[in-house]
Every structure is written in structure tokens, then in C-alpha cells.
Design a protein around this ligand. Structure first.
Ligand code: GLT
Ligand code: MN
Ligand code: MN
Length: 392
């Protein structure tokens, strides 16, 4: 039997949201181009494509305003489908952006009734996530921003955000759920400016929480790229801090609206470097969480195109992982990126002491000679390009 090395397996931990493959293609200028699919149909088709799991917002599964009995019936039908198709729900989240009551924020809204409703909705969503076995709960504050900064002191907004996240952390602990939170940043859209605009903003915000240990980040390729930043650097900082709890993979051109395109469909080099980092092929620790594709098919597609899109995300990830492994196993690459060590200098460069400061001052250093040295980055980057193009 020939095993297709690109066929996804459960070990790949590939996931899609109900809202991603289920996206009917409507946009601010046009109507839906695809019929909506039931959650159970999506589960069956994702399983067929080789995905490991499916993620959801509360209202992707249970319509807003459903009665308790309706909710329970929907959830038990969904759980049955998960079981039949061997799928898991690793992540859940709350829709705190669609309903008109959230038009000026949810957790950061000025009206205490809105904040109360948002907390209640999030608690219900957490219960739903726990029931489905989700170990990660995402918070994307789509409406947590403003167009009219005169209306709210940003410090007030941040403080309210902190109160809400800490409140919900305590709720999770009180309920005894094995669940961690992952906060997702975005610079703008749908608001003019969102508070907590980048993964870097989020990492600092998390350090101010009472429940810091159970909160990490969910960086998204499109959102960091919209901010003109390097996703690879954002993810690297999160990993170094032990805070990469989840990740949203997709494709995005800089300087545009949130495109949420198929993973790897734009900026292949950035995608390669990101996968290389996540897979640890350059030597660092490997990310062991879900690889979630927060993306949707082009508006040109019918349902077949949607599954082509889903398979494409996973296939490209695996191709990039294989290309990164080959790149990092190449002796020429290893030679070019070999760490330079210096037994005399290295111990002096961390953990200050007056003796080390004095020793540093005594070392002979020749900045002119150092400045003349070529670093062969052209060679390294060209080799990477050739791996990406299949020439090596
Ligand atoms: C929405 C958003 C995504 C978030 C989802 C989680 S909702 O689709 O564009 O980036 O990850 O709330
Ligand atoms: Mn996202
Ligand atoms: Mn996005």
C-alpha cells in the first residue's frame, strides 16, 4: 500500500472552525454565494478530508436565543456526529461581535448591561466548550475598539478587559474545567481601531492578569500581517514566553482588509518560516497544540471548492514542514547558521557582576574588523528560496 505522505493524520492536529469552511462567501458588498451547511455535515466532510478537529463559536452551533431544550438537542446531535466521524473539538469561543448589542464593545462596552450580557454569554460558551471537551477557549475582541476615541479612555477599556478575563478565569477554576484561554489580537476591522492590537500587546496585557498562568495567545497570520508585522516574530515571542496556546493559520497580503485566505496562498516565505518555527526543525522546541486554519475559500467557489481549500491548507502545511526539515538537514545550511561561540566572551554576556563589567572593558575588540565581515545571508536566503521552489 502506498501511503501518501501528504495525507493528514490525527498527529498533525489540523483543525478548522465551523465558521471557516462554513463561510458562505458574503461580504460587505455582496450576498452569500454558497448555501449554508449544517454543523454535522461539516464534521463529516472535514473528517473525510483528514482534519483532526473542529472548532466553534457558541452561535455557530446553537443559534442565538435558542431555548435550553433546543440547545441540548443540537448539542447531543453534534456530539453524536463527532463520535461517528472520530472528530474532536479542541477549541471553542464566544461570538461577542454579531449581535447589535455589541456594536460598541462587549467586555469594554460603557453600558454595564452589555458587559453583564457579554460575561453571561461567555460563561455559557465556556460551559458548551467544556461539554464538548475543548481544552482551549479563544477570545477575539472583534468589537473591543472604537472609531470615536473621545468616547472612552483607552485605560478604562483595558481595565474592563482585565476584569472580564480574570472573572472568566475564576469561573473556569470554580467549575473545575481543564481549560486555558488564548487571546487573539487584531489591529482593526470591524472597528476603526481595536484595543490590544497585536500579539505583543496581548502578551503584555496577560502579564497584568491575576490569572496570568492560564492565559496565553492565539496569533493569526492575517492579523499580524495587517499590522505590518512579522507573524514569525510574534509567534517566536509567544513561544519563548511559553504562551503559544493556539494558532490561527491563513494567508494575507499586507495593507489589506482581513483576507483569511488559504494557508500558504500568500507570502510563501513567511509561511515556510512560520511552519519551520512551529515544527522545531531548526532545533527549538516544537509547538504541540492544534494547527487551526482560520480561513475560508474564495468567493468564487462552490462547496467542492471549499473542500479543495481545506485539503490545500493541510497539504501546504505538510509540504512546508517537509521542505523546512530538508532545509535544516542540509549541511550547507547548518554550516551557514552554525552558532558562533567564544569561550572567553560568552560567560561575560549575561548575569551582570562588577567583575564581568570590568572583564568586558578589558577585552580587545576590533569593531572595524567585525564590521568588515560578510555574513553570507544572501547565500542562506537563496538556498531557502531554492528549497521553496523545489530546486534542492
Ligand atoms: C472571526 C475572526 C477570527 C477569529 C474568530 C474567533 S471569529 O472569524 O475573523 O479571526 O479567530 O472569534
Ligand atoms: Mn482568527
Ligand atoms: Mn482574520
Amino acid at each position: 500500500m502506498i501511503i501518501d505522505a501528504l495525507q493528514p493524520t490525527a498527529d498533525d492536529r489540523f483543525t478548522f472552525g465551523l465558521w471557516t469552511v462554513g463561510n458562505p462567501g458574503s461580504d460587505p458588498f455582496g450576498l452569500a454565494v454558497r448555501a449554508s451547511m449544517t454543523p454535522t455535515h461539516i464534521v463529516a466532510k472535514l473528517a473525510e478530508c483528514g482534519a483532526w478537529g473542529v472548532n466553534l463559536h457558541d452561535n455557530d452551533l446553537v443559534p442565538f436565543g435558542a431555548s435550553a431544550a433546543e440547545r441540548d438537542a443540537i448539542v447531543s446531535e453534534f456530539k453524536a456526529a463527532l463520535k461517528v466521524h472520530g472528530m474532536v473539538v479542541p477549541m471553542a469561543t464566544t461570538n461577542l461581535f454579531s449581535h447589535p448589542c455589541f456594536k460598541d464593545g462587549a467586555f469594554t462596552a460603557d453600558d454595564p448591561r452589555v458587559r453583564a450580557f457579554a460575561l453571561r454569554k461567555a460563561m455559557d460558551g465556556i460551559d458548551l466548550g467544556a461539554e464538548l471537551g475543548a481544552a482551549t477557549y479563544v477570545f477575539w475582541g472583534g468589537r473591543e475598539g472604537t472609531e470615536v476615541d473621545a468616547s472612552r479612555d483607552p485605560r478604562t477599556a483595558i481595565g474592563r478587559m482585565r476584569d472580564a478575563i480574570d472573572f472568566l478565569c475564576d469561573y473556569v477554576k470554580d467549575r473545575g474545567y481543564a481549560m486555558r484561554f488564548a487571546l487573539e489580537a487584531k489591529p482593526n476591522e470591524p472597528r476603526g481601531d481595536l484595543y490590544l492590537a497585536t500579539t505583543g500587546h496581548m502578551l503584555h496585557f496577560i502579564s497584568t492578569l491575576r490569572n496570568e498562568a492560564m492565559v496565553g495567545v492565539n496569533p493569526e497570520v492575517a492579523h499580524e500581517t495587517m499590522a505590518g508585522l512579522s507573524m514569525t516574530h510574534a509567534v517566536g515571542q509567544a513561544m519563548e514566553a511559553g504562551k503559544l496556546f493556539h494558532i490561527d493559520l491563513n494567508g494575507q497580503k499586507a495593507g489589506r482588509f482581513d483576507q483569511d485566505l488559504r494557508f500558504g496562498s500568500e507570502d510563501l516565505k513567511q509561511a515556510f518560516l512560520l511552519v519551520r518555527l512551529l515544527e522545531g526543525s531548526a532545533g527549538g522546541a516544537r509547538y504541540d497544540g492544534p494547527r487551526h486554519f482560520d480561513a475560508h475559500a474564495y468567493r468564487t467557489e462552490d462547496e467542492d471548492g471549499v473542500w479543495e481549500f481545506a485539503r490545500g491548507c493541510m497539504r501546504t502545511y505538510k509540504l512546508l514542514a517537509a521542505r523546512a526539515a530538508a532545509f535544516d538537514a542540509d549541511p550547507e545550511v547548518q554550516d551557514l547558521i552554525a552558532e558562533r561561540t567564544d569561550p572567553q566572551l560568552d560567560p561575560l554576556l549575561a548575569d551582570y557582576s562588577p567583575q564581568k563589567a570590568a572583564a568586558l572593558r578589558a577585552v580587545t575588540l576590533d569593531p572595524e574588523a567585525i564590521g568588515q565581515r560578510g555574513l553570507q545571508r544572501e547565500r542562506l536566503d537563496q538556498i531557502m528560496t531554492e528549497y521553496l521552489l523545489g530546486a534542492r
